[in-house]
Design a protein around this ligand. Sequence first.
Ligand code: MEV
Length: 318
Amino acid sequence: RSVGIGRAHAKAILLGEHAVVYGAAALALPVPQLTATASAGWSSPGRGADGGLSFTMTGSASRAVVTLASDGLRRLAAAFTERMGVTGGAHLDVILDGAIPPGRGLGSSAASSRAIVFALADLFGVELSEAAAFELVQTAENMTHGRASGVDAVAVGASGPLRFQAGRASELEVGGEGLFIIADSGTAGSTKEAVELLRESFTREAGAQQEFLARAARLVDEGQDALAEGALEELGSALDRYHELMRAVGLSTGRIDAMVEAARGAGSLGAKITGGGLGGCVLALTQPEQAGRVARHLHDAGAVQTWVVPLRRHAGHA
Ligand code: MEV
């Protein structure tokens, strides 16, 4: 084969971000309308790093990867060579395209890595299991985020809402007719910095970590039950309270708080920051009838883009 293609989509964390890094559970949603696509082709065969792969990256999404994860990508290439038994040096041209804005808690780095991994597998004609794909994406994620929980690596390839805890994922039951509106504040936040900031604050204050994890776990469980029963009011309330948890530890921003307030004022059932924080996106739950109004108010409060994600499964990419 002379060209390999791989795809993945964005994700949003419904509940449990940060707590999941400490072994607690998180709930995540695929965002299928925002995708990353990688195509990989040989540039000059034989001219690569010793026995391994090297890349030249171009494309509309490559900046996200080059700035956020270039070390991760080198590790990814090395891990791929080793894991898949690819021998002989090769230099590859990788074109990474897509519209997942980087640093917004939408999983752009994991989606880019997954798209690249599947493009390489396609190019080399090797079968990639989900377990191998996860392992490879995590190699890059750990470089980008410090120590990543793995929730992003799973969610960017999932076809429906999922629960993730300590490396294991399971599908979530979904009831009700809710919609999520994801609103981009236009400001990037570094997940790595956010994870470090929280870790430092936990070392300064005795008991803070236990309290954060206990509250997070309660909200995740409440949210999971509410989601299964289609109890959207309760799910919204869990989102609201998770936002307060994130705000209290300094992971929200003024613009995000204003957007959360605007969504609630416009009839959203609940709204929160989503992902690593220090910038990024708001996730607001709404009845379909209120969606237009909630989105308008989010824009008025500073959102630069919004996306609507209905609560249901979609066809996967792999
Ligand atoms: C990022 O989507 C979620 C965080 O919990 C980091 C991680 O799980 O690795 C902030």
